[in-house]
Design a protein around this ligand. Sequence first.
Ligand code: B12
Ligand code: SF4
Length: 466
Amino acid sequence: MIIEFYYLVTDKKECGVIYNEGVGILSAIAKEKNCQTSLHMFDLADFRKGFNIKENINIHAISFPSQQFSLAVQLINKIKSEDKGNGLIVVGGVHATVDRQSVIALENVDVVVSGEGEEAMKWIIDNYDLIKTHPDKCNIPNSYIKGTPIKPLQKADYVDLDTLPYPLRSIFSKKLLKRSPEFILSRGCPFSCSFCANEFYNKTFGMKIRKKSPEYCIGELEDSFSVLGIYKDTMLTFHDDVFLLDVNWLQSFSKLYKKHFNNPFRCNTTASYVTDEKIKLLKEMNCSEVWVGIESGNEEYRNTVLNKKVSNKQIVKAFDTINRHGLKGISFNMLGGPGETVEQLKDTIKLNLESKVYSTTTGMFVPFPGTTLYENELRKDNIREFTEDEKCEGVSISGLKRTNIDDKDYFYWRQMLLFSVENKKILYYLALCLKYISFPPKFLVKLNFIKRFNIKRFVFDRYDEE
Ligand code: B12
Ligand code: SF4
């Protein structure tokens, strides 16, 4: 059987997506079942250039985040019209989970899998003919098969991560993944922030944190080192939502990691899970960066609107602990959320400074289906439709139609946050001046070198309105 995986991203060069754990694991499962698999990572540029659908594919396995929904619809329709062999079109992944109705509604989709896909994938491979001939006799939990009644999603038996094959890293770009290897050693998050897909997952399938055992993790790391040829000093990324959840796991993992590896790495955590003991363990493992979600520096906004139950005190303490052990503490911030005021935004800069973060990364708020904030803003008809090009630019404006802060000012605030944290005072004051003075003559906007760089967005974008 031949399975073609498709993963859709905004812009392959810019978005940083090299690896996707879900696709990696499902490909490994398919390989165990003697299927032939390959992966097509698609972005907007591929669609604009044009591409062909491979022939003789049995299963077209498609995965994408919500922002890529419209590209996915085009892909699905193209497959349907060009695939003479009539392979099954199976859609899974985060969007097919948090907004499954939108995928079920697509005429050309044969199967929609919501939630974890390992068991479903095995079932689909084993019952390929039955799905095609007698869909009414098929029953896969949390999946929809065209022509059968839609059943509500239910709490699922979570898969035991140690029983899974190692993700098939060889189907991704080996060159890129070797330079920046990525891993996810656990699933689940105990928080339910109102902007995050975990809120939907916890509510729908039940909250359960699962970690791969330390032995499994070491095996997976060794496997990827040999498949990709990763160097001993290459920085690794652990994408787990909260890497520091469990001190016992960390102790055992750290013991084994130190025996086998010395690669520096970065990992994520929430501030409330940072302790002296855990950061000490990270330090001994040669960890170099710990990324912590601040989101908003205004405690009340963070706790109520964003439902991120972490206090300012915990955040300052977490960064202090990270700094004391000589690691780099990097903050995640989110601007442009519902009702955010300039004062609250200034609190974000203040808290980053007070926390003495090493650096920051700042994203604009984009409401994703299935979350409380999405539902709230949808009711208020306050969700902005981005163009495909805006999505590729990484979205520098809020995902809301109406905000208290002007769209263009957000760009300055993001720069000011970065410059102030990194102590680039001159750039900070320059950004501040440019925010209020519009001195550059309009004809300059038309010069090519200005169009090409950030200068355009930074200084001249105000002219776009005219
Ligand atoms: C790691 C990660 C990243 C990495 C890697 C991205 C990647 N594509 O893998 C990086 C840092 C690059 C990244 C970037 C972004 N991310 Co991200 N990321 C995650 C994170 C933390 C883990 C994803 C993961 O690997 N999970 C584990 C695997 C096993 O689960 P899975 O992928 O869902 O796959 C399972 C099932 O979905 C299913 N399945 C998946 N595909 C298929 C296909 C078929 C055919 C079938 C049958 C089943 C199936 O089976 C799999 C195994 O069980 C999630 C949060 C989370 N905890 O899930 C956010 C998350 C996916 N990211 C999110 C977002 C918004 C982004 C960005 C847009 C952020 C930004 N503004 O730039 C970008 C762009 C991403 C892109 N275009 O793909 C959102 C997506 C929300 C949504 N509704 O779409 C999430 C859910 C976080 C959130 N805020 O809620 N991300
Ligand atoms: S702590 Fe992070 S991963 Fe967990 S629900 Fe909140 S934003 Fe999502």
